[in-house]
Design a binder for this molecule. Structure first.
Ligand SMILES: [Zn+2]
Length: 632
């Protein structure tokens, strides 16, 4: 058989058949993100026959992108990523119809109707927040979602379809990895990263502007007013006397490391030096990668405190931490290590602490390329199923797809040479509040937490909602959006300052939380725990009515993402059947809840604005109906 050389898809058609390639060519797909993975992905897509692509990114091109985002050149610096990505990709395949959006995927312009246009959606994002938002819209629009991610040499390519796999959020709250409980940082660290976070807070406390709630130790103002010996006083306070005070709690079990912390007294320092000298010091050629001795940490701490105080006093301005500021980095490195010595945590080099303090993960073009390649392979399998099952409903289009993990190094002896692992897709987590249970349990201190904090920290930050409304005890207590009247905004603002308790939200209160922008209705069960700090709230999928409020701790209640590493089995029909049944029930339950919410919301709206603006109320109801009909 000879190839028709005038047809650029002749080869693909031989492999996949003309019908599928034609289908791929005419199907609309969405790429979210035009960065490291997005550029690779767009190039792969236009070269493999995807001709109808919309791409969205809110960023502009920075000079630091050019080493790996190959669709951009120096002359493009400052221009829209999606626009330039489109222009360059068109030179590879001028037949393509690419629409570039310079905007935020979380904006209401890109809502449910926008997502419903696409056969598949591919995420090439760099943040969890936007991924969670896209996950919810893909579930609502019932569009298969592909998600690629890399962190240095590590990478992942995954595919999700409503009812037939886990969703992106089934693994639990991924934000949990990035934030730490206040008490861990303030008094009970167990890892170097906890010490680094603390050291950055110490930097702010000494020389910067202090954020409320970050009060890790006080009394520095007085010490810093002195012109001499302030460095020793600070050292003695934070690494000796404060720690000795903490160590009064002698029960080993309360300490995460299992050891009682020790103040850096001369005696303890000598003991540490003696034990260090028995270990052969590893000779590392690079200066930055050598771990300082405890004496060096003490000296460097004092030197950097003196230098930074001088700089602050001379400029008369507060300083902010910058990983590329040598004095600041030396302070954070030495303080992190001294604290690590306090808490029996192994010390780390300036190089390692710099990457922890600056949240630096090197971006590696090769990993991006591998991930993008897999995303397109899996997209082909999915498009094949969509093509072959046109007109049918509830089909598992990702049946033949696998998840792929790219590891930095082989994990076991038996897999010596392997760094790319195909994995069985996780099945959905019945506790996942996004795709399964539609219910969330929140443990918080209702006596102290304000409604504003509940909305900002829990609903928006932790649960990734964009425009939440809250119905409590048959009252619409919070809503946001552009269509609010001025008097409504005013009363919401007043209410936001009140505590949950003052608003009647107490132990066992059941809230109904809605976010139309994500097509979400959740029951939120409140567990009041007055013994915890306001910041130490926790969130869990499902209704954990069985767990007593005292037993619930923030760290234990968020489950870590899991991924299976079993051998590949492509036959998951059984799971699929179970999922369909679940899905039916879930859909009915969601529908009931939504009607319930709608009814209550109408009642409340009528009561609120009966006299003021009747047309407004009826319009709102019509709008909601429109959304509901669209859902079918
Ligand atoms: Zn889920």
């Amino acid at each position: 058989m000879s190839l028709n050389t005038s047809d650029r898809y002749a080869g693909l058609k031989l492999i996949y058949g003309e019908g599928l390639i034609e289908f791929i060519r005419t199907s609309k797909i969405l790429v979210v993100g035009a960065g490291g993975i997005g550029c690779e992905l767009l190039k792969n897509l236009v070269l493999s026959g995807f001709e109808n692509i919309e791409i969205i990114d809110l960023d502009t091109i920075d000079i630091s992108n050019l080493n790996r985002q190959f669709l951009f050149r120096q002359k493009h610096v400052g221009e829209s990523k999606s626009k330039i990505a489109k222009e360059t990709a068109l030179t590879f395949n001028p037949a393509c119809n690419i629409i570039a959006h310079h905007g935020n995927i979380k904006h209401s312009d890109y809502g449910l109707d926008f997502f419903k246009q696409f056969k598949i959606v591919i995420n090439a994002l760099d943040n969890i927040d936007a991924r969670r938002h896209v996950n919810r819209l893909c579930l609502a629009a019932n569009v298969p979602l592909f998600d690629g991610g890399t962190a240095g040499y590590l990478g992942q390519a995954k595919v999700y379809q409503k009812g037939y796999s886990a969703c992106y959020e089934c693994g639990g709250n991924r934000n949990a990895e990035k934030t730490f409980a206040v008490c861990t940082i303030r008094s009970n660290p167990s890892k170097m990263i906890h010490c680094v976070v603390w050291a950055k807070l110490l930097f702010d406390r000494l020389f910067g502007a202090v954020a409320p709630g970050d009060d890790i130790s006080s009394g520095f103002e007085e010490i810093l007013k002195e012109s001499q010996d302030f460095e020793n006083k600070i050292l003695n306070k934070v690494f000796v006397s404060d720690i000795i005070e903490l160590s009064q709690m002698k029960d080993k079990n309360v300490w995460s490391t299992g050891k009682v912390p020790e103040g850096l007294t001369e005696e303890y320092i000598t003991k540490l030096e003696q034990s260090a000298s028995t270990v052969t010091t590893e000779k590392v050629g690079v200066k930055e990668q050598r771990v300082w001795t405890i004496r060096e940490c003490v000296d460097n701490f004092k030197k950097s405190v003196i230098a930074l105080k001088k700089r602050r006093d001379q400029s008369g301005q507060t300083l902010s931490f910058d990983k590329d500021d040598e004095d600041a980095l030396v302070l954070v490195t030495s303080a992190s290590n001294l604290r690590a010595f306090n808490f029996h945590i192994p010390p780390a080099s300036k190089f390692d602490i710099k990457s922890m303090a600056g949240n630096i993960v090197p971006a590696i073009a090769t990993t991006n390329a591998i991930v993008s390649g897999f995303l397109v392979c899996e997209a082909f399998k999915t498009m094949k199923s969509i093509f072959e099952n046109q007109g049918k409903e509830d089909v598992n289009h990702i049946k033949d797809c696998v998840w792929v993990d790219i590891l930095e190094r082989p994990i076991t002896k038996s897999r010596k040479q392997t760094i790319i692992f195909p994995l069985v897709k996780d099945s959905k987590n019945s506790n996942c509040y996004v795709c399964s249970s539609n219910s969330v349990t929140v443990v918080a201190n209702c006596d102290k937490m304000s409604l504003q904090k509940f909305v900002e920290d829990i609903l928006k930050s932790k649960l990734a909602l964009v425009e939440p409304s809250i119905l409590a005890n048959d009252d619409l207590i919070y809503e946001c959006g552009e269509d609010l009247e001025e008097n409504q905004i005013e009363s919401i603002q007043k209410r936001q300052q009140k505590t949950l308790k003052e608003l009647g939200i107490v132990d066992n209160t059941e809230l109904l939380v809605e976010d139309f922008s994500q097509d979400i209705t959740w029951k939120v069960f409140i567990k009041n725990n007055t013994k915890i700090e306001v910041e130490d709230f926790s969130v869990d999928g499902g209704n954990n009515a069985t767990s007593t409020t005292e037993a619930a701790t923030p760290a234990a209640s968020t489950s870590a993402p899991t991924s299976s590493s079993e051998t590949i089995s492509l036959d998951d029909d059984e799971n699929a059947l179970v999922c369909v049944t679940d899905q039916e029930i879930q859909r009915k339950m969601l529908e009931e809840r939504r009607n319930e919410f709608k009814r209550k919301r109408e009642e409340v709206s009528e009561n609120l604005s009966e006299d003021t603006n009747p047309t407004k109320v009826s319009k709102a109801v019509v709008d909601e109906d429109a959304i509901l009909i669209d859902d079918e």
